[in-house]
Write a protein that binds this ligand. Structure first.
Ligand code: HEC
Ligand code: HEC
Length: 159
């Protein structure tokens, strides 16, 4: 009972934050069509992070500073920037927990992220493992992350 209530709350959050809505694998038929350009240009160094996990303000800032992108140059031609930026903003998170821009426009610095991944859930030493590398590397533990699946049941922490 408690378990199912907890899952329902998590599901409500995921739907509201756009995780499921932006997932192509969602079977409910409510999925936002993924933008091919976004997959093409923003998934070469890491996952194409779900648009719903950051507010529009963060996406605007990120897309306006691609030459200085977390220590690397991720710049694109103007037309691509416009297309991707427009799509990210249209599908950005609006739910309460995602509405405020996190430090450095990082999903991994959002309050909800830190709560979900706190010490009791992910032991501190795990983040430094070579198999993980960084908290930004969602796929290391969420095997279905590229399909928008962050479900608790499908998490596997690598050794
Ligand atoms: C040349 C490689 C590269 C490309 C291309 C790239 N990124 Fe990144 N991105 C990075 C690196 C490196 C980080 C920092 C990862 C870390 O801290 O481990 C990052 C981090 C991020 C984060 C923050 C993740 C977190 O910690 O929450 C977001 C959001 C992001 N990128 C969005 C984008 C978007 C949108 C695009 C396409 C316009 C893009 N990236 C293209 C290299 C890249
Ligand atoms: C080192 C492994 C690891 C990495 C890397 C990781 N996570 Fe997680 N994540 C977990 C674990 C473990 C949980 C389960 C916490 C719990 O049981 O409440 C979780 C929970 C979540 C949840 C909540 C799922 C639910 O059903 O309540 C979301 C959403 C999520 N992670 C997103 C992300 C995103 C986005 C990234 C990358 C930016 C990421 N995670 C990176 C291990 C990881």
């Amino acid at each position: 009972m408690i378990r199912s209530l907890k899952n329902q709350a998590a599901l409500a959050f995921l739907i509201a934050s756009g995780t499921l809505l932006s997932a192509h694998a969602d079977s409910a038929g409510t999925a936002v069509a993924p933008l091919p350009k976004y997959q093409q240009e923003c998934a070469s160094c890491h996952l194409a992070y779900p648009a719903g996990m950051l507010p529009a303000a963060s996406w605007t800032h990120l897309m306006g500073s691609l030459t200085k992108h977390y220590g690397t140059d991720a710049s694109l031609d103007e037309a691509s920037v416009r297309e991707i930026s427009g799509w990210l903003k249209a599908n950005a998170g609006t739910y309460k927990r995602v509405s405020e821009a996190p430090p450095q426009d990082r999903i991994t610095k959002s309050a909800w992220f830190l709560r979900k991944h706190r010490d009791g859930e992910v032991p501190a030493g795990v983040w430094a493992r070579a198999s993980v590398g960084s908290a930004s590397n969602c796929v290391a533990c969420h095997g279905g992350a590229a399909q928008g699946n962050f479900n608790e049941r499908d998490i596997k922490i690598p050794k």
